[in-house]
Design a protein around this ligand. Sequence first.
Ligand code: C2E
Ligand code: CA
Length: 272
Amino acid sequence: MISTMSDDSMTLHYQPLTDVQGKVVSFESLMRWHHQRRGPISPEAFIPIFENSRLIVPLSRWALRQACLDAVRWKRPLQVSVNLSPFQFIEDDLPELVATVLNETGLAPERLELEITETALAADSARALTALSKLTAQGVRIALDDAGSLFLPVLLQNYPFSKIKIARDVVSNIEASPSARSIVHMIMLVARSLHVVIAAKGVETGEQLAYLREQGCDLIQGYLVGRPAPIEAFAAVTGNTSADFAPSATSIPRHVEAFMAHADESESRAQG
Ligand code: C2E
Ligand code: CA
């Protein structure tokens, strides 16, 4: 999506995942809010605000649709990953929503991966399992985001994950902490035996990469291989020219836009 970034806007940035040889195999979509007054706000700051008001659900629906619309335009059929909010499991009929979005955008189901965290499964694990099984049957891939807990073997046995992503705080401690290296080793053993693809998040150094490669990690994500950026920055990877990236923005739902504008007003009042 192209944005002038001059006013209040929500856009998607993309971060590549590469194999250990450095070839890009997929992109993760990450929301960016450019606030009229404050400039860019990190999702870590704004997502809790949208979660409190439950507007995270329509906002995440928007992100899903926009990411599929973006990916369908890439000349190379790379995979696109979209983060799901735990609230979408509670409030949305996810299999129906995803089927509708795939149908509307024309993206092949196999190119879409949904990233979910353990927290999303905790609220209603039976409902989550039904939803994930239906999504897998549609051909959509499911990744477990931020793996690193002791529950990993149980999660992998009970849910249809095709990929797990090792948490950034585990990866960032690889050089300094033997226990972080043991966790990586344990994740590799469990995931390997269940034929699940393993990705490492937040890889920033050559030493981390070397250890992950030695352990047999399949995919790498992090500043070492690429920071999140507008998809135009990756034109050489997607095989597009800038003309191919002509705007295809899906509009943010009105009530979400109104909330964003209101957040701005509250801030003006606080400052004034
Ligand atoms: P996440 O899914 O864990 O996404 C990875 C975060 O780590 C991103 O932060 C990314 O910019 C950052 N990152 C990537 N590589 C490195 C690295 O090498 N070092 C460091 N220090 N950081 C790295 P970001 O973009 O701020 O996103 C934060 C979180 O916001 C995401 O965490 C995800 O939970 C949530 N989020 C982002 N977009 C969406 C969305 O569309 N829907 C939902 N529901 N959540 C989203
Ligand atoms: Ca993620």
